[in-house]
Write a protein that binds this ligand. Structure first.
Ligand code: NAD
Length: 428
């Protein structure tokens, strides 16, 4: 790899920041990372990666000499012109994005004609324009600005970084946009170079569309349950139509995670703030909320009242291959089950630490079989590969009841039924 690659800075070393840093280091850049969390920076400097993301620890280790971590902005500003911003933009109570971390970064920038902020954080349309206005007011008009939204998926984030479907660069046609395009050039992916507002909208629209696809197939699944069709056959038959495509047509217990719920709500809110009622997204959100709760009625159908019933949850993370618990469907499901009087015992291979913090009154087991011990019902919540390997005859010996709800259509219904269980998936 060339040693001539442009050094960069990454502000915010969470899921996006760390993957961006490790990915650009892999491509040969020196990367100067900044985070306000001193504990995180200390761990990173010891060579520890504080999140679970396949391949990330190995990539960071391979490139350790090129990765620098600090709580101090000064070395980043000294060594890099391009400052990639990857701080959180969580939802506020109103559904708008909370831009306080982004604003803190903007305020911390010095006046400069040499630097550019490259926004990876997902922000409302108009944020770039408003940051330019703030820069102007603060006497920092020379600071360039590029919108470069991130499309990685947790669980395959590094691979997504290195093999993106496309790179979107929104800028004003200046040196900073050119420099960002050049940085991504070795990846050889499709490039969408556009204006800043359009780049911001591409990110929000893409996530809203994917969320719509999920809510759509979940509603089809619910109708399949009423009509005797099998949603997996339906999704396959639909998805092979190239105009539709097979991705994101997987029915389940609703979407969660740090992006879809907040980005859909942020786009709905953004539209509302501009005087437009985005009716479709209102429904997408509502369908998703109802979907998380449908498992409870499925359990009631098999167990009657849930008072005193022991329910085992297999998996808690919002999806497999991540430890991210943000907006996980398991949070709503566990709370609903507890509200109906059930005792909840759970197991997740990597998300337990965060799950313990978020889930009060839930008992944690250190294996799937441990969670299933004495349970009246099993609910598969997260599609961790190890759950496919379960020996259902052994499970039958451990469980008190015979109900298995497969919230991801992940298990083989015949194998589960052969062990004497009543199996129920979603939409079949
Ligand atoms: N996680 C994803 O899958 C994903 C995918 C695409 C886009 N995004 C977007 O990327 C952004 C970051 O998401 P994330 O999941 O990586 O968040 P995260 O919460 O994992 O990480 C954010 C990091 O920023 C740090 N931080 C906060 N304020 C700071 C400041 N002023 N200076 C320096 N560091 C600061 C925090 O300490 C934290 O380490 C969000 O806008 C999100 O919507 C996330």
């Amino acid at each position: 790899m060339s040693t001539q690659r442009e050094p960069i800075a990454v502000i915010g070393t969470g899921y996006v920041g760390l993957v961006t840093a490790a990915g650009f280091a892999e491509l040969g850049s020196e990367v100067w990372c900044v985070d306000i969390d001193p504990g995180k920076v200390e761990r990173l400097n010891r060579g520890e990666i504080p999140i679970y993301e396949p391949g990330l620890a190995e990539c960071a280790e391979r490139n350790r000499g090129r990765l620098h971590f600090s709580t101090d902005l000064a070395p980043a500003l000294e060594h890099a012109r391009l400052l990639f911003v990857a701080v959180g933009t969580p939802p506020t109570y109103s559904g708008d994005a909370d831009l306080s971390s982004v604003n803190a970064v903007v305020d911390a920038m010095p006046a400069s004609d040499r630097h550019a902020l490259v926004m990876k954080s997902t922000v409302p349309v108009g944020t770039g324009a408003s940051i330019r206005r703030i820069f102007a007011k603060q006497g920092k008009s020379g600071f360039a600005y590029v919108s470069c939204p991130e499309f990685l998926k947790e669980g395959s984030a590094l691979q997504d970084f290195l093999e993106p479907d496309r790179v979107v660069v929104g800028d004003e046609g200046d040196w900073a946009g050119d420099a960002v395009v050049e940085l991504y050039d070795p990846l050889g992916s499709a490039l969408v170079r556009t204006d800043i507002a359009s780049a911001e909208m591409i990110k929000l629209a893409a996530n809203a569309f994917l969320a719509t696809k999920i809510s759509f197939i979940n509603e089809i699944a619910n109708v399949c349950e009423e009509t005797g069709a099998d949603v997996l056959e339906v999704a396959r038959g639909m998805g092979l139509d190239q105009r539709i495509g097979t991705h994101f047509l997987k029915p389940g217990i609703g979407f969660g995670g740090s992006c879809f719920p907040k980005d859909v709500s942020a786009l709905k809110q953004l539209a509302g703030n501009s005087g437009y009622h985005f009716q479709l997204l209102t429904s997408v959100i509502e369908v998703n909320e109802l979907q998380k709760r449908r498992v409870v009625s499925k359990l009631q159908k098999h167990l009657g009242s849930l008072v005193g019933k022991k329910v085992a949850l297999l998996g808690l993370a919002f999806k497999a291959n991540t430890d991210d618990m943000r907006e996980a469907s398991s949070l709503v499901l566990a709370a609903r089950l507890q509200a109906d009087g059930a005792q909840v015992r759970a197991y997740d291979p990597v998300a337990e630490v965060e799950a313990r913090r978020l889930l009060r009154g839930v008992e944690f087991a250190d294996s799937a079989l441990g969670a299933l011990d004495g349970a009246d019902a099993c609910v598969l919540v997260t599609e961790w590969p190890e759950f496919r390997e379960l020996d259902w005859d052994a499970v039958a010996e451990r469980m008190a009841g015979r109900t298995v709800i497969d919230g991801r259509n992940f298990l083989d219904p015949e194998t589960v039924a052969a062990a004497g269980f009543a199996y129920e998936g979603i939409g079949r």
